[in-house]
Design a protein around this ligand. Structure first.
Ligand SMILES: NC(=O)c1ccc[n+]([C@@H]2O[C@H](COP(=O)([O-])OP(=O)(O)OC[C@H]3O[C@@H](n4cnc5c(N)ncnc54)[C@H](O)[C@@H]3O)[C@@H](O)[C@H]2O)c1
Ligand SMILES: [Zn+2]
Length: 362
């Protein structure tokens, strides 16, 4: 049977790009990149874990297509999403005499994708780059939409730019080596897309969650395609998050606060967002926007996926207020909070952090 491949487009005028999604795409990376017209040099940015699993395949594919390949293997982990790692990338590109037609490939999860994208945006005032996401979170979220950047010791993603890739290549086969906990954390973002915009996707997850977790290829392609389509539509309407793009922050106001309050070590991003989504849906129900049945379907699916639903017992309500204020940098001010109207629609409301927590405690 032929391998599955689907192509979606992110429509942003001159900055439009395709997302190729399917099976066995890493061995075809060279061909696919050739189609978007990069110069002869490709700089792969990756980390040791991903390199061990997939680098040989991708390098061989690029060389078969006639590219000169330079690979930068950065240390593993969020702690290295910083300016030092960027310097390592720039040093190598300069040593390899990369020019404005050369291309960067991000091969890895969101950490690698954000850094490689930022390097591409800034090297020689911008060279093309290709996202090859290998975690579920990166495949449904960070590789699409052009947010790039690094962390500062004072906070996450404080340094960055919007810069769209030329191409996204999503190979679902890469998920076979992903630790289950990372897979499930990525699933939280997929559930989010269902809640904010796609009742059909939500229903599919309810019905076939076990097959998604068993990495049924056809189903993964369907679920990732639906997720990317929603992200693309939102980004097309509001590329630079002036307004509507913040709908993607459903579950993230409380989620970000929990990540920060637990020192970014206890909870994975998706796990924190899962808790945040249950809290946001609960507030939506209290506001009369979300019916009880939808609320219990949302928390039911999150729980069934193996994600947490409750604020950890070591996080007090006062701390939660503080965490949200710090995240939004709006002490005492109102936070633009995303509520759900049942499953498939949303509404923004402005609350102070204290009001959010008061509704949770009620
Ligand atoms: N740009 C955006 O729009 C956006 C959106 C959401 C998140 N992000 C960023 O993404 C980052 C989180 O991304 P993530 O969840 O992918 O984390 P990650 O990049 O740290 O990857 C998670 C872990 O999986 C490993 N890994 C990656 N692919 C693998 C594979 N196929 N098999 C086995 N192991 C593999 C990684 O080495 C790492 O240990 C954060 O820095 C966050 O700020 C960006
Ligand atoms: Zn997220």
């Amino acid at each position: 049977m032929a391998n599955i491949m689907r192509t979606l487009t992110v429509n942003l005028g001159a900055r439009s790009y395709p997302i190729h999604l399917g099976e066995a795409l890493l061995p075809r990376a060279g061909d696919l990149i050739k189609q978007v017209g990069c110069g002869e040099k490709v700089g792969i940015v990756t980390n040791p874990k991903v390199a061990e699993l997939y680098l040989a395949t991708v390098e061989a594919s690029l060389r078969r297509s006639g590219f000169h390949v330079a690979t930068v293997v950065l240390p593993e982990g969020e702690a290295h999403k910083n300016l030092d790692s960027l310097a390592t990338i720039y040093d190598r590109l300069i040593a390899e005499r990369f020019d404005r037609s050369s291309c960067i490939m991000a091969l890895g999860g969101g950490v690698i994708g954000d850094m490689a994208g930022f390097a591409a945006a800034t090297f020689l005032r911008g060279i093309p780059y290709v996202q090859v996401p290998t975690t579920l979170l990166a495949q449904v979220d960070s590789s699409v939409g052009g947010k790039t950047g690094v962390n500062h010791r004072e906070g996450k993603n404080l340094i960055g730019v919007f810069y769209q890739p030329r191409l996204v290549i999503i190979d679902v086969d890469a998920l076979s080596t992903l630790p289950t906990r990372e897979l499930v954390a990525g699933l939280a973002e997929v559930i989010k897309y269902g809640v904010i915009a796609d009742p059909k996707l939500f229903g599919l997850l309810e019905e076939r969650l076990d097959r998604v977790l068993a990495l049924d290829r056809e189903l993964l392609v369907e679920v990732i395609a639906a997720s990317c389509a929603i992200k693309a539509t939102v980004v097309e309407q509001d590329e630079r998050e002036q307004d509507y793009r913040s709908v993607l922050n459903f579950g993230h106001t409380v989620g970000h606060a929990l990540e920060a309050l637990t020192g970014y070590t206890e909870l994975l991003h998706g796990e924190a967002v899962a808790i945040g989504m249950v809290q946001a849906a609960t507030i939506s129900a209290r506001q009369g926007l979300c019916d009880e049945k939808s609320l219990s379907r949302i928390s039911g699916l999150i729980e069934k996926a193996g994600l947490p639903t409750k604020v950890p017992s070591n996080v007090g309500l006062k701390e939660l207020v503080w965490g949200m204020e710090v995240d939004k940098k709006s002490i005492g001010g109102k936070i633009k909070f995303v509520l759900c109207r049942g499953i498939g629609a949303t509404e923004f409301q402005r609350f102070s952090a204290a009001e959010i927590v008061a509704q949770l405690a009620a």
